[in-house]
Design a protein around this ligand. Structure first.
Ligand SMILES: Cc1cc2nc3c(=O)[nH]c(=O)nc-3n(C[C@H](O)[C@H](O)[C@H](O)COP(=O)(O)OP(=O)(O)OC[C@H]3O[C@@H](n4cnc5c(N)ncnc54)[C@H](O)[C@@H]3O)c2cc1C
Length: 359
């Protein structure tokens, strides 16, 4: 099949989708109204797992598990072909109490996840001590801004046309087809269109958004800089996590705020995140954050993304609504969309990611 695509949105989902389409031999143009990868996909943490996986419905478990199983090959291929290292790391994650230990144990057993109850001391002596923590050694991470850099380079190598600072102001329809995307004074067209506009996806569909329920959920993050290996693993307690990077940076996140398209940061959140981080890792009490930012996640009900064809418009697709786990879900979601478009078998039942029906 010789198809050409316009993809709106150059976050991790748009880039992963563009890569998948280009690998299928399609001609691809990716439009972003800003710098590619500078929104949620830059702001995120890069943990490759739901935070407390036992708190999510099976469609989230299935997609995150499958997508993470693709990750090592995906990033290795990116590193090998581009020379850009996305810093994939088998960090492991230590969950500190309180958490629902029985629910966690049952979920890990049923999903074949390696997990053990440990004293914090035995895994990370630098932390405040708890006798009943949970060690999840198979949780990985990636440095998301570097992942985007590698993806962009790979897309360029494959001949994908990337157009930053190109805002789509409207999708133009002709009957049950998209005829073009309106960009400034110009209209750009292709045979197929994919919306991967993150938190802005619903707005992009305009009058055709139907029951698509994607909205921005702000997340604020603090960054500290210590020496490399000051913290050896990801740590999570009561919704606050610390992610150590290879070079000694430590990300502390994050808030979950329903404040519309407002990306500003607040002093209050900085104080709360800093205090929570210092309770986990006391050394941070006397450290000043080197950066503080916010990003807008593409929030969706139950964190289940929509990876589907539009119900009424035959050449229009969506890959969006990955909410808290878009970095984790990126390779799997792109593959599911590609299977749908190129009529290939799916790895499991993908109907939960279908276009939502009006009720
Ligand atoms: C604080 C924080 C922490 C996070 N931590 C993690 C984590 O640890 N692990 C994980 O897996 N996920 C995490 N996430 C979630 C993850 O970052 C998102 O799910 C993911 O980045 C969504 O990718 P996206 O490509 O859909 O959206 P985005 O990265 O937001 O990309 C959408 C793109 O569409 C473009 N766009 C929008 N409207 C238009 C238009 N009209 N015309 C042209 N372009 C347009 C935007 O400019 C943007 O570049 C976190 C997010 C935040 C904010």
């Amino acid at each position: 099949m010789n198809l050409d695509f316009i993809i709106v949105g150059g976050g991790v989902i748009g880039c992963a989708t563009a890569l998948e389409m280009a690998l299928q031999g399609a001609r691809v143009t990716m439009l972003d109204r800003g710098l590619v990868g500078s929104e949620s996909s830059w702001a995120g943490g890069g943990i490759l797992s739901p935070l407390l996986p036992w708190d999510y419905l099976p469609p989230v478990t299935r997609l995150t598990q499958w997508s993470t199983s693709l990750y090592l090959n995906w990033v290795s291929e990116l590193l090998g072909s581009t020379g850009v290292d996305p810093e994939f790391a088998e960090s492991g994650m230590l969950v500190l109490p309180p958490f629902d230990a029985e629910k966690a144990r049952n979920w890990c057993r049923d999903n074949d996840w390696e997990a053990s109850r440990v004293a914090t001391q035995s895994v990370m002596p630098v932390l405040t001590q708890h006798s009943n923590s949970l060690w999840l050694p198979k949780v990985n991470q990636v440095r998301n801004p570097l992942l985007i850099k590698a993806l962009v380079k790979r897309l360029e190598m494959l001949g994908v046309e990337i157009r930053p600072y190109t805002q789509v102001s409207a999708i133009e329809y002709d009957g049950n087809k998209v005829s073009a995307m309106k960009v400034a004074e110009e209209s750009v067209s292709a045979s197929q269109y994919i919306v991967a506009g993150g938190a802005w996806s619903r707005e992009l569909f305009g009058s055709k958004s139907g029951a698509l329920n994607i909205k921005p959920i702000r997340g604020q993050m603090l960054l500290f800089k210590l020496e490399p290996s000051a913290l050896s693993h990801i740590v999570l307690q009561s919704g606050v996590y610390l992610i150590p990077r290879r070079d000694g940076h430590i990300l502390v996140g994050s808030t979950l705020e329903d404040v519309g398209f407002d990306k500003s940061t607040t002093e209050e959140a900085a104080k709360q995140l800093h205090a929570a981080a210092a309770r986990i890792f006391p050394r941070l009490k006397n450290e000043n954050p080197v950066k503080h930012w916010a990003g807008l996640r593409p929030g969706s009900p139950d964190n289940i993304p929509i990876i589907a064809r539009h119900p009424d418009i035959e050449n229009l697709y969506v890959n969006s609504g990955h909410f808290r786990y878009g970095v984790t879900m990126a390779p799997g979601s792109a593959k599911i969309l590609s299977n749908l478009i190129f009529d290939q078998p799916q790895p499991f039942d993908v109907s939960p990611y279908g276009w939502p029906s009006e009720t």
